[in-house]
Design a protein around this ligand. Structure first.
Ligand code: COA
Length: 459
C-alpha cells in the first residue's frame, strides 16, 4: 500500500480549528488546548461544548455541526463520546481531526477503536487517538495540551519530529526548545488509527520548511512499507529514527503504551540501514543527528580533520573518531608549510590540530580556510573552547562565514557555562550544529558521513 498524504496539509495550515471538549475549567486539557490556540494560532478558533455559552470570551457551539466551516477539529472529550463526535465531524465534511483522548487500543479497548476507525476511514484524516497531535512553528497550530509556561515551544527551524509517544515528544520539544534547535513541525501520532509515521514522512519529503526528519518509533505495522517509503524519502531528505522497546521488558512496555508490535531490534536496525534511515541509539543522538543533518551537507568520505584550541579535547575527539571508523587524515607537505606560516611554532599541525590556548579568531580563520579548501578532507570537527581571552567575540561571525562560504561538512563543539552557551546559541541561530562535548560533535559528524555514503550508493 502507498502512503496516504491526502489532506495532511489541513493539520499544519488550517484556516480554522474547532476544539471539541473546550472545557470551562482552567487546567483541563480541552481548556488548555483552546487557550493556547486562541493566543497563538494565526487563523480562527471555535470552542465546542454543549454546556457552555462562552469560553475565554468566545462564543461556544454545542456541536461541531453548528460551527462555521472548520478545516481541523481537535477532540478532547472522554473516549465514550468520541464516536458520536467523529460522526459529526464526518457529517460536517471536515478534512482533518486530531483525537487527543486516551482509552482505546492501548488499554485493550479495541472495539471502541475499531468503531471510530470505521466511522472515519476514507472520510476524514485522523491523527491519534491517545496523542498530543500537532505543533507547527510557523502557522502556530498547537494541540499540545501543556501550557507554555511549563513547556517551552521550539523556535522555527528545519527539524521535523514525529513521535509515537506524546510525552517523549512534548518533553523533547521543551528541551530542544531550550537548546535553541529549530523545529518545523512536531507530530505526536499515538495509536495511529489513520495517519501514521509513513504518511507523515512522505508528506515531509515535500515540505519546504523541513530539512531533516527525526522519528521516535515504538513499532510499525508495515515494515516493508516503512522501508520502501524510507528509501524514497531518504534520497531527498535525511531521516533519523530512535527505535524504542528493544529490550524484553521494553517490548512489553510498548504493547501496553501504544499497542504497537515492537518487533525485533535487529530487524529494525537492518531495515533502517537498507532504507537509508540513520538509526539513533539514544535520545541524545536522535536530536544531535537531526540537527547536524538539517544544517550541514553530507560528507564525500570518511577523511576527517579535528581542529581545537584545547589539546585534551582534541584527544577525546580523536578517540571517538577512531571508534566511528573515520580516517584521520594528515595534511600534505605543501598545506603543512602554508599552515605553519599561519600559526605559532608551538601549535601542533598534526591531526588533531591544536591551535593552543592562546589561539585567536584569526588563527582559526586562516586554519579553517585552508582546511575547507583542501579536497583531501571530507569533514571537519571544530572544537572551540571559548573561555580563552585571546578569542574575541568575532569568532562567531568568522565561523559562520567560513561555514557558509565553503559548505564543507562541519560539526562544532563548545563546552562550558553561561558565556559558552550564549555563543553556542548565536552559532546555532546561524545554522552551525554545536555540541557540548567532543564525543557528540564527532558522532554527529558520523551521521553526515553515513548520509553521504548512502547517497553515493543510491543516487
Ligand atoms: N462535545 C463537546 N463537549 C463535550 C462533549 C461533547 N460530546 N462531552 C463532554 N464535553 C465537555 C465537557 O462538558 C467538559 O467541559 P466542562 O469542563 O466545561 O464541563 C469537557 O468537554 C471535557 O469533558 P470531561 O468529561 O470533563 O473530560 P476531561 O477533560 O476530564 O477528560 C480527556 C477528557 C480527553 C482529557 C480524557 O478523557 C483523556 O483522554 N485524558 C488523557 C489524554 C491523554 O493523555 N492523551 C494522550 C497524550 S500522549
Amino acid at each position: 500500500m502507498k502512503p496516504n498524504t491526502k489532506n495532511l496539509e489541513y493539520f499544519f495550515n488550517p484556516k480554522s480549528i474547532a476544539v471539541v471538549g473546550a472545557s470551562r475549567s482552567e487546567g483541563k486539557i480541552g481548556n488548555t488546548i483552546f487557550g493556547v490556540l486562541v493566543k497563538n494560532f494565526r487563523g480562527k478558533v471555535y470552542p465546542v461544548n454543549p454546556k457552555a455559552d462562552r469560553i475565554l470570551g468566545r462564543r461556544c457551539y454545542p456541536s461541531v455541526l453548528d460551527t462555521p466551516d472548520v478545516d481541523l477539529v481537535v477532540v478532547a472529550v472522554p473516549a465514550v463520546a468520541v464516536p458520536k463526535v467523529m460522526e459529526e465531524v464526518v457529517e460536517k465534511g471536515t478534512k482533518a481531526a486530531v483525537i487527543i483522548t486516551s482509552g482505546f487500543g492501548e488499554i485493550g479497548n479495541h472495539a471502541l477503536e475499531e468503531r471510530v476507525k470505521r466511522i472515519i476511514t476514507g472520510k476524514v484524516r485522523v491523527i491519534g487517538p491517545n496523542c498530543l497531535g500537532v505543533y507547527d512553528s510557523s502557522s502556530k497550530v498547537d494541540t499540545m495540551f501543556l501550557p507554555e509556561e511549563r513547556l517551552k515551544r521550539p523556535v522555527e527551524g528545519p527539524v521535523a519530529f514525529i513521535s509515537q509517544s506524546g510525552a517523549f515528544g512534548s518533553v523533547m520539544m521543551d528541551a530542544i526548545g531550550e537548546e535553541g534547535i529549530g523545529v518545523s513541525k512536531f507530530m505526536s501520532i499515538g495509536n495511529k488509527i489513520d495517519v501514521d509515521e509513513i504518511d507523515l514522512m512522505k508528506y515531509l519529503e515535500e515540505d519546504e520548511k523541513t530539512g531533516s526528519i527525526a522519528i521516535y518509533l515504538e513499532g510499525t505495522e508495515d515494515g516493508k512499507k516503512l522501508m520502501k517509503v524510507g528509501k524514497e524519502v531518504s534520497k531527498k531528505k535525511p531521516v533519523v529514527c530512535l527505535k524504542a522497546g528493544k529490550s524484553k521488558k521494553g517490548t512489553e512496555a510498548v504493547s501496553s503504551h501504544t499497542g504497537s508490535m515492537a518487533g525485533s531490534a535487529r530487524v529494525y536496525s537492518a531495515a533502517f540501514r537498507q532504507s537509508g534511515i540513520i538509526e539513533a541509539k539514544t535520545t541524545e543522538e536522535l536530536f544531535d543527528f537531526a540537527k547536524a543533518l538539517a544544517y550541514q551537507e553530507p560528507t564525500g568520505g570518511r577523511r576527517i580533520m579535528i581542529v581545537t584550541d584545547g589539546g585534551g579535547f582534541g584527544i577525546v575527539a580523536t578517540d571517538q573518531a577512531e571508534k566511528e571508523g573515520f580516517d584521520l587524515v594528515e595534511l600534505d607537505k605543501k598545506s603543512k608549510e602554508i599552515l605553519r606560516k599561519c600559526v605559532p611554532e608551538y601549535a601542533i599541525i598534526k591531526n588533531p590540530i591544536d591551535l593552543t590556548g592562546d589561539a585567536d579568531s584569526e588563527r582559526y580563520r586562516k586554519t579553517l580556510d585552508l582546511l575547507c579548501r583542501n579536497e583531501r578532507i571530507d569533514g571537519i570537527v571544530c572544537i572551540v573552547l571559548l573561555q580563552i581571552t585571546t578569542l574575541g567575540e568575532d569568532i562567531v561571525p568568522i565561523l559562520v562565514k567560513i561555514s557558509r562560504k565553503y559548505r564543507k561538512p562541519m560539526t562544532f563543539c563548545a563546552t562550558g557555562g553561561k558565556y559558552t552557551l550564549e555563543k553556542t546559541r548565536e552559532l546555532e541561530k546561524e545554522g552551525l550544529p554545536v555540541y557540548p562535548t567532543p564525543e557528540r560533535a564527532v558522532k554527529a559528524m558520523s551521521a553526515l558521513v553515513k548520509r553521504g555514503e548512502w547517497l553515493r550508493k543510491v543516487l
